[in-house]
Design a protein. Sequence first.
Length: 258
Amino acid sequence: MKQKLIIFSACLLFNISSLFAQNVRFATDGVIEFEKSANMFAIMKKRVEKSSSTFMQQAYESYRKNQPQFRVVKSTLAFSKDKTLYSPIAEESSSRGYFFNDPASEQYNTTYTDLASGMFTTQKKVYEETFLVKDTTRKINWKITSEMRTIAGYECRRANAIILDSIYVVAFYTDKIPVSGGPESFTGLPGMILGVALPHENITWFAKTVTDKPVTANELKVPTKGKATNNKSLRETINAALKDWGDYAQSALKAFLL
């Protein structure tokens, strides 16, 4: 009798598990809303520590007293099968002062990615000039870990990498969205990236909502505005423009090339 009960319980659990598995939906189309958060206190402190200017120190202290520590901006990622479009959401208002002009806290890119072909097109604003960058997607050597985290209702697995020679990246992806995309230029994991942190740059991107819905071709339009270039030429152009900007040039270059 005991043995029959064990067999019956095992069969019941198997049937329940099968039922849940049948009801799991793997989204291949939808829209994700991301929030990018920049720790302005930390970013500004690095700049102040490299400067001997009394004005810079005073401005930093004034900012800490009167402004929030984190600057948060929003964006969306529309995706359909093997195509994604990452678009910043314009801010309704801005009371930013001098210190708010740090490139790390801004959003410059509208990026269309064709994951099947491994190509992307980005409309990128660099100060007063707009570029249209077309190139292959960044090859990221991800190291997948066993760490898990829930983001926007999805169980996500952690992966680590280094990009642009020195930027340490922590990403969280879900295989319940079987699209190898993500915010900005972060791609290449076996599922959608819903969270990215650059710990040493004091910046994060995390999904707040995921809407599972059909996405039309009209919602995945390739950007068309800007001076045509590729990654290599863009880097050379920015380096030339910032050559006399000292230590600030390197942090700005990183921000523009993400």
